[in-house]
Design a protein around this ligand. Structure first.
Ligand SMILES: [Zn+2]
Length: 78
């Protein structure tokens, strides 16, 4: 019997609210923007982008579509 479920390292770090690439605390990232209601995109100092789902209060990697949306928003702002 497998006693412990081994999760991919990246998921473990995201659950701990740390950037899987550089282990920076995601809660401390100030570079964040609301993408949709209850969905915030943030960019880590290592340039990777994550989505904070405010309904579940959990982080995940931003998809390509979400990154594109974020970049389009940035362009509109200037
Ligand atoms: Zn990072």
């Amino acid at each position: 019997m497998i006693k412990k479920l081994i999760m991919p390292f990246q998921i473990v770090l995201l659950k701990k609210r740390l950037c899987p690439a550089c282990t920076h605390p995601l809660d401390k990232i100030g570079n964040r923007e609301e993408l949709r209601p209850n969905k915030v995109i943030l960019q880590c100092k290592c340039k990777r982008r994550y989505i904070l789902d405010q309904e579940t209060n959990s982080y995940k990697r931003a998809t390509f579509e979400e990154e594109k949306e974020f970049l389009n928003k940035k362009k509109q702002i200037g």
